[in-house]
Design a protein around this ligand. Sequence first.
Ligand code: ATP
Ligand code: MG
Length: 467
Amino acid sequence: MRLIVTYVSLILLGFVGLSLLAGNQISAGAVEDFERSLETQAALVARNLREPLEHFSEGEGSYSSMQTAVNSLANDFNLQITLVGPDGFAWLSSDDSVGNVNLGSDPEVVAALDRSGIVFDTRNNEQNVPTIYTAVAVTEDGYLLSVVQVSAPASATASVVNQRYLALAAGVLGLTGLAVVAALWLAASFTRPLEGLQNSAMKLAAGDLTQRVRVDRQDELGQLAETFNHMAEQVEAMLLEQKAFASNASHELRTPLTTIRLRSEALRDGTLDEATAQQYIAEIDDEVARLGRLVNDLIQLSRFDSGRAEVGHELIDPVRLGRSLCQQMEKTAVSKKIALTFDAPNQLPAIQANQSHLRIVLQNLLGNAIKYTPEGGRVTWQLSQEDGYLRSEIVDSGIGLDPEDAEHLFERFYRADKAHTRATGGTGLGLPLAKSIVEFYHGKIQIQSDGLGQGTTAIVWWPLSKT
Ligand code: ATP
Ligand code: MG
C-alpha cells in the first residue's frame, strides 16, 4: 500500500511540475498566437478596404459608404477598425468614441506610416480597457492611401489562455488517472505473489513442510519463489534427518537397556547357576560400556554440531601420536592375525589441536580398518605432508564397501554391514563424529573402496599449524 501511495504521489508531483512549465509556455504562446491572428485579420481588412479606399480617394465613393464598409468589416472580424491618414490623424473609425484625433505617435501607426513592418502595442483604449493595437498601410503605386489600425481587447487572449489551461488540466487529469491505474495494477502484480509467498511461509512455519509456491515468472519475484522453495526443501530434509536421528538414537539406547533389564530380572530370580549368572553379569557390563560409549559419542557430536566445542591449541607430534595409537591397537590386531604397519617420516611438523579430538578421529579410522578386516589381512597406516596438510592414509585389505553404502557412511547410525551389526559392536556414529571434528578443524576426510571385498582406504587431511 505504501508503495502505491509513493508511486501516485511521485506521478502527481511530476505532472504538477510539467503543468506549471506548460502553463508558462501556454501564456507566452497565446499572446503571440493572438498577435499573429490579429496581423492576419488586419491584412484581410486592409485587402477588403483597398477598393473602397481607391474609389474614395478618386472622389467616387461617399464618406458614409466608406463608414458602412468599415463598420461591416469591424462587425465580421469583431475588431475595432480606425483609418488614419498620412498626416497621422484618424479620419474614420468603427468606434464612435474615436474622434478626429492625431494618432501619429502611436507606435503601430508610426511603423505603418514608415512602412517599417508590423508592430503590436498593448495599451488602454478610450474606455480604459487594455487593448492590443496593430496597423497596416494600404498603398497604391507607392502612394499611401490610408493606414488601417485594428484593435481588439487584450482580454481576448486571456480567454484563449483559459481555454488552453482547461485542455491542459483535462489532459493532465486523464493521464494522472491512467498513471494511478497503472500503478495500482503494477502494485497488485507485485503484491499478489508476495501474499502467496507470505501465506506459504506462515503455513511452513506452522509445520506444513510440504508447502511450495508456484514459480510462474522469470523476474526477481520468480527467483524469490525459487529460493523459497529451495529453503523449504532444505528445512524439510533437515527435519526428516532430525527425526531419523532421534528415532535411531532412541532405538540404539533401548536395545542395550532391554538386554540389561532381562538379565537383571533373571539374576534377581536367583534360580541361575553360577556360570550363567557370571555370564549375565559380564553381558550387563558390556551393555553398560556400550551405552556409555554411545552417550559419549552423542554428546561429542552435539558439541561439534552446535559449535560448542573448542578448538584445541596443543602442539601435537603426529608421528608420536600415530605410534601410540598403533601400540594401543596392537593387541586386537595380533589377536586377529592382522599385519599392522605404521609408516611415517622421522619428522613431521607439529599440528595444533585438542589431543583427544584428534584421537577420536584416528582411533575410529584405525579401529574400523581392523574391525572390518578379516583374520590374516593387512592394515597399513601412512603419514605424510601435503600442501600444508598432514595426510593420514589408512589402507586395509578388508571387506570393502558397496558403492551404495559408501555414499551414506557419514550419516549418523549408518552401518553398511547390517547382518553383523551386533557381532562388530559398532553404532555407526564413529565416522559422522570423525567428519564433524575434521571439518571443525577445517580439514577433509574421505573413505574410498573399489567395492565389496576390495579393501578400504580412509584419508584425512588435517591442517598443519601455521607457526
Ligand atoms: P562406531 O564407530 O560408532 O563404533 P561403526 O564403526 O559401525 O560404529 P562408523 O565408524 O561410523 O560406525 O562406520 C560406519 C559403517 O561404515 C560401519 O558400520 C561399516 O559398515 C562401514 N565401514 C567403516 N569403515 C570401514 C572399513 N574400513 N571397511 C569396511 N567398512 C567400513
Ligand atoms: Mg567405527
